[in-house]
Design a protein around this ligand. Structure first.
Ligand code: BV8
Ligand code: ZN
Length: 233
């Protein structure tokens, strides 16, 4: 595959590399994607689940959805796609992994420099005050904040909520300074994350299907993360 050789050449010549991952990189670990067949949103629309209004309206339903997802994620293990990014990080002096995923599989694979721009499902935080904790508990209902008594919620970014300031600023800087932005397993439909592709000098995309950016990136590799990524370095 000519494009693979071209992608390998560009990545090996790059001294600064940024990577953006989406749900597609965790699909081969058995975690359903958001918009694919059998996706997490299948019977409900994102607006029904991942929004502050939904949590306000029905905290129990939203909490249970995250509990179900935590169960899926706890049973999953990182795959060759996650592991290949650990190897790439060790090869590059300047490397930043930006992920939209909240599953923590990049951490478990051994990646070091991770910017979680949509938060972390293993964090539980207060809906009112700054209180938060790492949380693997499986309490059936959203607990109350020990500091202020308000309801606790998953430490993820919902639709309509702004992204974590520090992580987002670092992500923008890393992409604008990178020689190559490698985009793996994302439909590139959620903003502002997808906007990072506009900042990059050179984008290499790895996706099973076409995305809105496939015709505008330097190289668009069609295939699974688990198969393609390990062949790129
Ligand atoms: C904000 C965390 C404002 C929670 C998530 C209209 C136009 C443009 C934008 C908007 C609009 N209306 C509203 C907006 C803004 C909105 C948005 O972008 N909406 C979209 C739907 C249009 N964005 C927001 O609300 C953001 N906040 O704008 O705030 C603001 C500004 C200032 C001050 C205050 C407020 C917040 C967005 C974050 C939402 N949170 N998740 C949780 O996880 O529960 S988004 C959710 O979608 C996940 O994070 C996920 O990562 C993300 C993106 O999805 P993908 O990761 O790409 O997954 P998807 O299933 O879509 O695609 C999978 C891809 O993988 C596919 O392409 C598939 O082909 C491929 N694939 C599958 N298997 C494989 C594979 N590829 C390779 N190998 C495989 N094996
Ligand atoms: Zn509180």
């Amino acid at each position: 595959m000519l494009e693979i050789a071209e992608a390998r050449a560009r990545l090996s010549a790059a001294s600064a590399v940024a990577v953006l991952t989406g749900a597609g990189i965790s699909a081969e670990s058995g975690i359903p994607t958001f918009r694919g067949p059998g996706g997490l949103w299948r019977n409900l629309r994102p607006e029904d689940l991942a929004t502050p209004e939904a949590f306000e309206r029905d905290p129990q339903m939203v909490w249970e959805w995250y509990l179900w997802r935590r169960g899926l994620i706890a049973a999953a293990t990182p795959n060759a796609g996650h592991r290949s990014l650990v190897a790439l990080e060790q090869l590059k002096s300047r490397f930043t992994l930006i992920t939209q995923n909240v599953d923590g599989l990049h951490d478990r694979a051994g990646s070091q420099k991770i910017l979680k721009i949509h938060g972390d499902i293993w964090i539980t935080r207060c809906s009112e005050c700054p209180y938060q904790r790492r949380d693997r508990s499986t309490t059936e209902a959203p607990p109350s904040c020990p500091e202020c008594g308000a309801l606790l919620r998953p430490g993820v970014v919902w639709f309509g909520e702004s992204l974590p300031r520090i992580a987002w600023d670092e992500a923008e800087r890393a992409v604008s300074q990178a020689d190559v932005l490698l985009v793996a397993g994302t439909s590139a439909t959620v903003y502002p994350a997808a906007g990072l592709l506009h900042l990059a000098r050179c984008v290499i995309e790895v996706n099973q299907e076409e995305t809105p950016f496939s015709h505008r990136v330097a190289i668009s590799l069609r295939g699974t993360c688990g198969d393609v990524l390990p062949r790129l370095w």
